[in-house]
Design a binder for this molecule. Structure first.
Ligand SMILES: [Zn+2]
Length: 226
């Protein structure tokens, strides 16, 4: 009798053990799955409020002055320039983004440039400025959270492309004839349009947009050499 009780108990324990391990494994799997989902969620969360570090870099130094431009000649700068940017939350960080834009405008004017992207000053966010050679008065347009929706099937050689972050160098690059783009402008209005232009000395608005959009992906024009 006693032997049977012990024998049954041992059998029950042997039967239950795998289940216990299974439940533990299931629990652990659930835990890891939840953790993985959280990691995926946060890493894929392209729109996030500015971090304290981003906030302090936009507010750094004299806020009425431009920033220092990052250069591929500097190893630490180069690593930043090769990172992919995230969208901004325009409503949540409106004042900060407006300050970033005004400082980028100052920088463009000081450098006599036709474009500048936020990552070039160490802010890894999807914002850039580009000159509209295709519009009267050639205004400076702001592209917030831009997308390239489609591209022309044909490409061509754009001569002597250059970049503030790649000093003392000019190279011919391969560019699309036109691009369909979407972005929010400085007023927060959603814009969708087709951009052309690849003639240096005339209208090369389309090329400027392609060059700046690349910056947001961590791509430099030297990766597009024709
Ligand atoms: Zn550039």
């Amino acid at each position: 009798m006693t032997f049977n009780v012990i024998s049954n108990a041992v059998r029950d324990i042997r039967l239950l053990l795998p289940q216990a391990f299974y439940l533990k494994r299931l629990y652990m799997n659930k835990y890891f799955t939840a953790l993985l989902l959280l990691i995926v969620f946060f890493s894929s969360c392209k729109t996030m409020k500015m971090t304290p570090l981003e906030r302090s870099s936009i507010l750094s130094g004299d806020t009425n002055a431009s920033f220092r431009v990052l250069s591929v000649d500097n190893e630490a700068d180069s690593l930043i320039l090769r990172q992919k940017c995230r969208d901004v939350d325009f409503q949540a960080d409106k004042e900060l983004i407006q300050l970033l834009i005004s400082r980028l405008k100052l920088m463009m004017a000081a450098e006599s440039g036709v474009r500048i992207a936020a990552p070039q000053v160490g802010v890894l966010r999807n914002v850039f400025l580009f000159m509209r050679f295709d519009k009267p008065e050639q205004p400076v347009e702001v592209a917030i959270n831009p997308r390239i929706l489609s591209t022309s099937p044909e490409t061509y050689c754009f001569e002597r492309d250059g970049c503030l972050s790649v000093p003392d160098r000019r190279e011919n690059t391969r560019r699309y004839v036109w691009i369909d783009v979407e972005y929010s402008n400085e007023a927060g209005k959603q814009v969708r349009e087709r951009l052309y232009g690849g003639m240096r000395g005339a209208d090369f608005t389309g090329v400027i947009f392609q060059h700046e959009f690349d910056h947001l992906q961590g791509i430099l024009y030297i990766d597009r050499i024709y």
